[in-house]
Design a protein around this ligand. Structure first.
Ligand SMILES: [Zn+2]
Length: 507
């Protein structure tokens, strides 16, 4: 039983390239989707680009709740480019399961062929990579291998709406219901409407399959579920986002009144786990509730100021570069192991406490992405006069390393002492090589001869070196050549886990 809830679809396929307000008359160009996205990139200053997305369409279907299992029956999302000869779609309830003579069924008249994806192989590869990226927060498998007859969700990324007897200008189409998911849903992303525009093909695929998870359109232009134009990669938002962007004549597609400054806000079509309709939805929560979360990718964190071993004054500034594919949520500053400041947004610029006394201090910044996955960066700095030799250090067992005093080989947990994990070491870092030897290490600047006698500065990752016993770094301090480490790694250095060490090539 279908409810006849279709709605009008408009074609809007021009790009206006307008100059900055107040500058010379804006240059206006027209663009047709089949030519692909040809945004001018060499205009100075950057042009304001406005591209209205061709309207997408949801088709309401009544899903029998009895067929929707409490737990979703598959985590596979199949991207089908219908190559080489198109996909045959038969009339019937929307289904991704192949038959002997067809690749899917949908609410269309008769049996039709959706023509194959006709952009380049490079574009296809980028679309697949984009979908894997956009769905990386979730426990789904984006696949290009047909799972039929096993249950799966499917996005046919191919052809034109006319292939299926639909009006031109429909960018994509999904069945829609307020059940948590539509079993074996089949949705369409009409590639020829989008040409070779990877981001539009990708975000349309993401939007259509998300409609099969009871998600409505939203106003946020950077979310795949929007009709609003956006330049860049759209990602699902882990936040309560206003539903809308699809209003025409003051009404939502399902007839709810629209409001807001732009007249594009409306109540979300499905209650999504609550008992009443609300104005917002959290698509990350909704999709995660179905599939769980994916393998998290931690942010990339690098302290840019101060440098390792810098001589600083109390209250010194700490700056970090923090990036993440899904967004950085917050960052924390730790001094000598204690959290002293937290920031909820960029710029990631802190100040160490003004009360810090003289000596060597450990500065650590931990960045968290919006899913709570973290990564950190750490440097040691010195307040007060830098040491010029071991004799300048307050403890007899200290050694002077790059101007700062660190616990030496004669101290408990000192440099080079045998360890089993990070907490055994004053530095918090225990490293191991493939021979099984494990030693406490301290950071050093590569190629500067900072390590004390008997140690060399061994490369331990991008911009990171550690003083390693018996390693000859070529700066003259060391050593016997018979104990070169082979592929050592860090053990138990806090949240970082294991970090591979590479031998620095000697000059
Ligand atoms: Zn849509």
């Amino acid at each position: 039983m279908k409810r006849p809830l279709f709605w009008v679809v408009t074609v809007a396929s021009t790009v206006a390239l307008a100059g900055p307000v107040g500058a010379q008359a804006p240059e206006v160009k027209t663009w047709t989707p089949s030519q692909g996205d040809s945004i001018v990139e060499d205009t100075t200053p950057a042009p304001l680009v406005t591209k209205e997305r061709p309207r997408l369409e949801r088709v309401w279907i009544d899903v029998d709740p009895a067929t929707v299992l409490p737990a979703v029956n598959t985590n596979k999302i199949y991207l089908n480019n219908c190559k080489p000869s198109g996909c045959i779609v038969k009339s019937g309830q929307a289904s991704s399961i192949d038959g002997a003579t067809y690749q899917g069924t949908w609410g269309i008249n008769g049996t039709r062929t959706l023509t194959a994806f006709n952009a380049s192989d490079a574009v296809w590869t980028q679309v697949v990579d984009c979908m894997k990226d956009v769905f990386s927060p979730f426990g789904v498998e984006i696949t290009t291998t047909n799972p039929s007859p096993a249950p799966h969700f499917e996005i046919m990324i191919a052809g034109s709406p006319g292939d299926l007897g639909m009006s031109s200008g429909i960018g994509g189409v999904s069945p829609f219901s307020c059940q948590p998911y539509i079993p074996n849903s089949l949705v369409f992303d009409f590639q020829k409407v989008w040409g070779s525009d990877v981001e539009e093909i990708c975000s349309t695929a993401a939007q259509e399959i998300a409609h099969s998870f009871a998600l409505d359109h939203v106003t946020d232009p950077s979310d795949p579920l929007t009709y609003n134009p956006f330049s860049g990669r759209r990602r699902f938002k882990n936040a309560q986002v206003q539903c809308g962007s699809d209003c025409q004549g003051g009404q939502s597609p399902f007839g709810d009144p629209c409001s807001g400054i732009t007249g594009q806000n409306h109540v979300c079509s499905c209650p999504n786990g609550t008992s009443i309709l609300t104005n917002t939805q959290n698509s990350v929560q909704t999709i995660s509730a179905l599939f769980g979360t994916g393998t998290p990718t931690p942010p990339v964190v690098k302290i840019t100021e101060p440098k390792l071993g810098a001589i600083v004054v109390a209250g010194f500034p700490v700056k970090a570069d923090i990036t993440d594919d899904n967004g950085v949520a917050r960052a924390e500053l730790y001094i000598d192991g204690a959290m002293t400041q937290m920031l909820g947004g960029a710029p990631w610029a802190f100040n160490a406490p003004a009360s810090l006394g003289n000596g060597t201090h450990k500065v650590k910044v931990i960045g968290f992405d919006i899913f709570g996955t973290s990564a950190s960066s750490e440097v040691s700095v010195v307040i007060g006069k830098p040491c010029g030799g071991d004799g300048d250090c307050p403890n007899g067992t200290d050694v002077c390393l790059g101007g700062r005093c660190v616990a030496g080989p004669d101290a408990t947990g000192g440099l080079g002492v045998t360890c089993t994990s990070g907490p055994d070491c004053k530095s918090g870092e225990c490293a191991s090589d493939s021979t099984g030897a494990k030693h406490c290490v301290e950071s050093c600047a590569l190629g500067e001869g900072q390590c004390p006698d008997g140690f060399g500065c061994l490369e331990a990752g991008p911009d990171k070196g550690v003083c390693w016993p018996g390693y000859d770094d070529g700066t003259g301090g060391c050593c016997s050549a018979n104990s070169q480490p082979a592929g050592p790694m860090f053990l138990g250095a806090g949240v970082c886990g294991m970090l591979l060490l590479r031998r620095r090539r000697r000059r």
